[in-house]
Design a protein around this ligand. Structure first.
Ligand code: SF4
Length: 464
């Protein structure tokens, strides 16, 4: 194997989810913080830059947070034990750029205003945040962070009402974009989903009486909670002890982010009643039909592409092999998504299994191509491990437009598919062949109508 290309770094060339949110009422106040911590472990894939937990107790709301993985911020739970309180919320954050990794942007964000205390967590991005921030700054607001959580808190405080729900009812129709908020107040936890349901949020229940919200259903499984339903687009859920109520602040239809199925969500999560692993497997099958390849075996880029790769192998009647192994233990400091580390290409590490790959015709399945740099190195790596042919298949359409709803994507100029057609991409990447799933097959396979999903990064048509 040639030196320098024996490993592959992934993080710099992915669509990256921004955050995971969680909150609710726990059964046992002594164990509530621990349970929140477990929920954050389940959501860790949605953000590795910071983690935080807020607890509402008789002494008020306390927030513990910091930069790092959940296991680094809460290594032994000592930071959160001894704070009894049944109402909790939590957050894991992905961030990008120099601003993103600033400690003050960690969440939940605690704010004390005239009518009480709140801790706000969010996932996503307000497309009108500049406009709202300008307006608030002109009225004298001073911002300490660059988060949309602080923006919402300021809007609520400026309503001047002692009733938090009434304030939110007034404020929420002003927010545009893709977002899921969880707000912890002394007596309640509030879950909010954007008007089109671009970002996911689900409702669960523990022991049939205490309700929770989380970005993904895998958090409920971890806590032994049951899934109740998805929070509807434009819905605010208010959870108190033994009670849950719902308010709609918008009724515009839905446009769930299709990338949740393709890459972001954990395979054991369900979205709109569909298991993510099974959807990905079906996408792999559809890809095998749309873009077959003559090869000796199929392999997937771990972990997100393995489901699609197994589906491709099944439909193509080819063996699935573990052609690549991912090193799960690379330190967090090496994967921080700064411009500097991107340049260095540092991220999650992959190695080829040379004895499997050598002298074979390989179909490699990946979930997407963003800049194309990962694919290029991936193909080089497989060739240097002795692959005779490498056929790249992508279980989604070419990414041609950036995301404005909270997903870290490069500019159009940096997107490989924006600059070149499939053949030019193949030449740049160095594959023997390349194939994508088209938008029609993507939506048909998922089993949802195009109008029910956000497909903007594949079509350039933005739902809001
Ligand atoms: S533009 Fe793409 S990544 Fe962004 S919300 Fe829409 S489908 Fe998801």
């Amino acid at each position: 194997m040639k030196p320098g290309i024996s490993t592959l770094y992934l993080k710099e060339d992915r669509m990256e989810e921004e955050c995971g949110v969680f909150g609710g009422v726990m059964d046992d106040e002594e164990n509530a913080a621990r349970m929140a911590c477990f929920a954050l472990y389940a959501l860790q894939h949605r953000g590795q830059e910071s983690a935080g937990i807020a607890i509402s107790s008789s002494d008020g709301i306390s927030v513990t947070k910091g930069l790092g993985l959940v296991s680094e911020v809460f290594p032994d739970l000592s930071r959160i034990e001894g704070r009894p309180g049944k109402l909790v919320s939590g957050h894991v954050r992905y961030s990008y750029g120099p601003e993103g990794s600033r400690p003050e942007n960690s969440q939940p964000l605690f704010l004390r205003y005239k009518h009480g205390e709140i801790a706000v967590s969010h996932n996503g991005n307000l497309t009108n945040n500049r406009e709202l921030k300008n307006e608030l700054e002109q009225q004298g607001s001073i911002f300490q962070t660059t988060t949309d959580s602080e923006l919402l808190a300021h809007l609520v405080a400026r309503e001047g009402s002692p009733n938090l729900i009434d304030s939110l009812k007034n404020v929420l129709p002003r927010l545009k974009g893709g977002f899921a908020y969880v707000i912890l107040a002394p007596q309640m936890v509030i879950g909010i989903r954007d008007p089109l349901g671009i970002r996911p949020l689900s409702l669960g229940v523990i022991n049939g009486e205490n309700y929770l919200v989380a970005s993904e259903t895998c958090a409920f499984d971890t806590l032994g909670a049951e899934f109740v339903r998805e929070v509807q687009p434009g819905e605010m859920i208010v959870i108190t002890e033994n009670n849950v109520s719902s308010y709609r602040f918008s009724d515009q239809g839905s446009a769930l982010c299709v990338f949740e199925y393709i890459y972001f969500a954990r395979p054991d999560s369900n979205l709109c009643g569909k298991n993510v692993h099974l959807v990905r497997k079906e996408l792999g099958k559809a890809l095998a039909k749309e873009s077959p390849a003559d090869a000796d075996f199929v392999t997937g880029v771990p972990d997100s592409s393995i489901s699609a790769a197994t589906g491709f192998a099944e439909a193509a009647d080819l063996p699935y092999e573990m052609g690549l192994v991912k090193n799960r233990y690379i330190g967090r400091t090496f994967i921080q998504p700064t411009a500097e580390t991107r340049k260095l290409g540092v991220g999650l590490k992959l190695n080829p299994v040379t004895k499997i790959v050598n002298n074979k015709r390989v179909v490699i399945i990946d979930d997407s191509i963003v800049r194309g740099t990962t694919s290029l190195r991936l193909i080089k790596m497989l060739r240097s491990a002795g692959a005779r042919e490498v056929h790249l298949r992508i279980s989604s359409p070419p990414v041609i437009s950036p995301c404005y709803y909270g997903i870290n994507t490069p500019t159009s100029e940096e997107l490989a598919a924006c600059q070149s057609d499939a053949e030019k991409m193949r030449q740049y990447i160095g594959a023997d062949s390349i194939g994508f799933l088209n938008v029609d097959n993507l939506t048909k396979t998922i089993g949802m109508k195009k109008e029910e999903m956000c497909l903007a990064c594949f079509t350039g048509r933005y739902p809001c």
